[in-house]
Design a protein around this ligand. Structure first.
Ligand SMILES: [Zn+2]
Length: 287
């Protein structure tokens, strides 16, 4: 049995800042800031209807998975700057939809990055072209994100891409990079907007304590069969208030209630921060 402790701290202040336990931004000035020792801190940033995740890894590296719509980039950038970082080691653009990659061009213009992973999907959208042009401008190379790619493989820390498994899909959502992070006994599964078509193809072990729920809680991304494999304790849904897609779907919420101990939603809780020492899990919310 995994030892899991869920601690809910109400951090909402008048300014909306989440300051408790967060590293001071003074590190930016003296450049001596290093990430929290031996902790993995997974931030689910509230960007309205969209996805933006930032992860402080226990190996002192950092990862961003999507950055919301382009008009949300300031929110994402100042959030990361407030944590004290001026670099991001791994950038994951799950798939070319604007609510995921929109903010990434500004992120690349702000932070130094090491590796960028994207699926081999085609899109002619202006936002996607802008991102590719920005990547070019900085001289970065894109690594293809697909099943079998290992991003980190250390004793205690593994980050694996488990989908997409095929080279082409009719629905752009199914190109989404699905990624599993395992730190000690604790694991996280990030699913982008991958739908059941893609999720069904996964052959890796996708059991995870924390599930970043697919496609903002749409019923096209969460099934009983999938949850039987993941067996999550916590579900995180990144979703905008009163969105026009009616996300999250009420049947998805019902299923998640059946399978998980607790569901967190950015439209209700604002920023959500999950911290783990490799054994225990703590959850803090902004409001
Ligand atoms: Zn989306």
């Amino acid at each position: 049995m995994k030892k899991i402790v869920g601690i809910l701290l109400l951090l909402f202040t008048l300014s909306g800042c989440t300051t408790l336990d967060f590293p001071s931004s003074s590190g930016l000035e003296n450049n001596s800031f290093t990430p929290t020792d031996n902790k993995l801190v997974a931030h689910f940033i509230d960007v309205g209807q969209g996805d933006a995740s930032f992860i402080e890894l226990p190996n002192k590296k950092t990862m961003i998975i999507d950055a919301g719509e382009s008009y949300e980039s300031d929110v994402v950038i100042s959030y990361i700057e407030e944590l004290g970082y001026d670099y991001i080691d791994y950038v994951i653009a799950t798939h070319p939809h604007t609510d995921h990659i929109g903010g990434l061009a500004d992120v690349l213009d702000t932070f130094d990055v090491d590796s960028i992973y994207m699926p081999k999907a085609l899109s002619t959208s202006k936002t996607y072209e802008n991102l590719l042009n920005t990547i070019d401008k900085h001289g970065y190379k894109v690594k293809t994100g697909k099943k079998g790619v290992e991003i980190v493989n250390e004793d205690d820390l593994k980050i694996d891409i488990v989908a997409p498994c095929q080279d082409s899909y009719s629905n752009l959502n199914n190109y989404s990079i699905v990624l599993k992070i395992t730190y000690g006994e604790v694991s996280f599964l990030y699913t982008g907007d991958a739908e059941i078509t893609s999720l069904k193809e996964i052959t890796d072990d996708i059991s995870a304590d924390v599930l970043k729920v697919g496609h903002h809680g749409s019923n096209t991304s969460t099934s009983k069969e999938f949850l039987d494999l993941v067996k999550p304790s916590y579900a995180i849904i990144s979703v905008g208030k009163n969105n026009r897609y009616d996300h999250p779907n009420s049947s998805t919420i019902k299923l998640l209630e059946e399978y998980t101990d607790k569901i967190y939603r950015t439209d209700i809780s604002g920023n959500i921060v999950v911290t783990s020492d490799g054994q225990n899990i703590e959850v803090e919310v902004e409001k």
